[in-house]
Design a protein around this ligand. Sequence first.
Ligand SMILES: Nc1ncnc2c1ncn2[C@@H]1O[C@H](COP(=O)(O)OP(=O)(O)O)[C@@H](O)[C@H]1O
Ligand SMILES: [Mg+2]
Length: 333
Amino acid sequence: MPTSQDPAGTATLGVLAEAVLPDGRALTLRAAAPADAPAMVEIIHAAFGARPLLGARPDALNETTATITQALLGGTGYLAHVAGRPAGAILVSQDGAAVRLGRVSVHPDFQRLGVASFMVRGLLESMAARGAGLVTLLARREFPRLRQFWESHGFRLMGEEGNCWVLGLHLPVVAEVPDADAMRALGRALAPLLRAGDLVIASGDLGAGKTTFTQGLGEGLGVEGPIISPTFVLARVHRSLVGGPALVHADAYRLGGFAELEDLDLEESLADSVTVIEWGTGVAEALAPERLEVAIRRGLDPADETRWVFLTPRGRWRREALAAAVAGLGESA
Ligand SMILES: Nc1ncnc2c1ncn2[C@@H]1O[C@H](COP(=O)(O)OP(=O)(O)O)[C@@H](O)[C@H]1O
Ligand SMILES: [Mg+2]
């Protein structure tokens, strides 16, 4: 995590994401250091130079090693490599309370491989982990496909600036969770924010910690235990011991889709319970507009037990309340 001596967090970030292209070449993303400026200039010039020229020569072609070094010292940047060759670049600067992306570019030699989407996904996770709330960028109106690209990553139109669309995305609140006890503590800390009618959709691989998180939620809500994986039962109701809402805990792992989810009759109990659905992403959203999406990820090092929990509020949920609950957790630890 970033410190005041290292505001960009670059020293600790290292490789942020990795993937393998269909042709077997390795794709990596890492934070850029000032020494990367020449490679970034080359990518930016090649990428923007290859775009059709509409009106004025793009500003991006005026970037030099000096201007990029300056940008990296004042903000941060990301660099993608394909098989060790610099392939993609993004600059990030502070824009009031938001962070703004700029010079998003993929070298023409590496276009149409998914490098841009890979960079954007990794960058958004990294920015969220560093506590950023809102990410914005400018997209030239002459390039409607550019706007579609960003919308496919969740960005929405927020305004206009000159000949550009201003696109923005609210990032999830991120909690760093070192072990299972901390995962239960996170669930307990979020429980006071939940009320009857809320839906929590938990996602993450098998063993990520979805049930462990739900145990904490159950403790915080004061419901009857034990909360265990509902895999074979599909749904369990845990009554409140304190006069509050019940916790309905369901597992969508074995369900074929929304029709089967509907067969669980969760809608019956939804209004006066807190409903948690593991593996619910893609099917359970239709159940309720008021929901908290909890995505649990492991880091790249398999020996590290740390989980990263991405909390995305939908509906009445306020990002600030979630952020405060997560921050309070770090202080009491
Ligand atoms: N940081 C962590 N957060 C959550 N669980 C952890 C963590 N580190 C280790 N574990 C262990 O990983 C397992 C998670 O299991 P579970 O919660 O059932 O996962 P899921 O429901 O996502 O399949 C538990 O055995 C838990 O003790
Ligand atoms: Mg489970």
